[in-house]
Design a protein around this ligand. Structure first.
Ligand code: AMP
Ligand code: MN
Ligand code: MN
Ligand code: MN
Length: 284
């Protein structure tokens, strides 16, 4: 039996149930091949991929953590809050997520309308060829716009079309931080701030977020993420210790052949952090 710390944990990943390109079973197969021992499936605003991933995890002999990544509006910022170890049949959580997905669908219609006004034809039909229909994401718009030659890659397509001030951007009100944490905890889960270094926030604002998150019952932040630089991971490790938050880690894998992003491919957790799998709420 391996020591827990010797296991490879990847606690943030996506399937076609949101904006990933692999089915939940394909994702688990890839994770197993990459040496992952414990994988969390954390699709945006939905849990529909969990049963298939669980079955596949049994087949490949790895542990599957039932998870979700919830879209939150906090103080005008778009935040992503990951829920780990949630009961994927919890009705209150499922109802909350359903509402967010409806908001996603409404936003997609408005994004398509605006892009058509801008001069791009047949947007919604084209986007839906890339989406399973569960949670329509800006990523699906990105896949479509790249396919049609409007941009060369993911970075450029977001910069030119899909962020504030650009033709396909639609400002959206997501769930509140409070209801999100309550949904996650009500479903027996652990609330984690995803890729915290990605939010363009002042240090004062970020400390306010951590204090409020903690007060509302949030338990963890991602110290290690593919979108963090080495320095950012060290900084987040210090914040985790200062605010007494558990440290999580995840690749945020969406699709193969993304530079520097692979299932299980993360640096070592900085010394001094307590990993989230040592939380008393941790259940796999
Ligand atoms: P949405 O949740 O539909 O607004 O889409 C956000 C998703 O798009 C994220 O989960 C990422 O997968 C992707 N994404 C967001 N911003 C960027 C960016 N600047 N470059 C590339 N992908 C991004
Ligand atoms: Mn995504
Ligand atoms: Mn995210
Ligand atoms: Mn993600």
């Amino acid at each position: 039996m391996l020591e827990n710390s010797a296991l490879c944990y990847d606690l943030h990943s996506h399937s076609i149930a949101s904006d990933g390109v692999l089915t939940p079973a394909e994702l688990v197969a890839r994770a197993s091949k990459c040496g992952v021992d414990v994988l969390a499936l954390t699709d945006h605003d939905g849990l529909s991929g969990v049963p298939e991933a669980q079955l596949a995890a049994e087949k490949y002999g790895i542990k599957l953590v039932s998870g979700v990544e919830i879209s939150v509006t906090w103080s005008s910022y778009l935040l992503h809050i990951v829920g780990l170890c949630v009961d994927h049949t919890n009705q209150v959580l499922l109802e909350g997520l359903k509402k967010i997905r409806e908001t996603r669908t409404d936003r997609a219609h408005e994004m398509a309308r605006r892009l058509e006004v801008y001069g791009i034809p047949d947007v919604l039909e084209g986007v839906m060829k890339h989406a399973s229909g569960e949670a329509i994401s800006r990523s699906h718009f990105a896949y479509f716009l790249i396919e049609k030659g409007y941009a060369k890659d993911q970075k450029q397509v977001f910069k030119n079309f899909l962020v504030s001030g650009k033709p396909g951007y639609v400002a959206t009100e997501w769930a509140t931080l409070e209801e999100t944490i309550n949904w996650i905890r009500g479903a027996g889960g652990i609330a984690v701030i995803a890729h915290p270094a990605r939010y363009k926030m002042s240090a004062t604002k970020f400390r306010k977020l951590l204090a409020e998150f903690k007060l509302l019952g949030g338990a963890s932040i991602e110290v290690l993420s593919s979108s963090h630089s080495f320095d950012e991971s060290i900084k987040m490790s210090a914040y985790a210790q200062k605010f007494d938050l558990y440290a999580s880690q995840g690749s945020d894998f969406h699709r193969p052949n993304t530079p520097c992003v692979e299932l299980g491919r993360l640096p070592k957790m900085p010394v001094g952090c307590t990993p989230v799998w040592e939380s008393p709420e941790w259940r796999v």
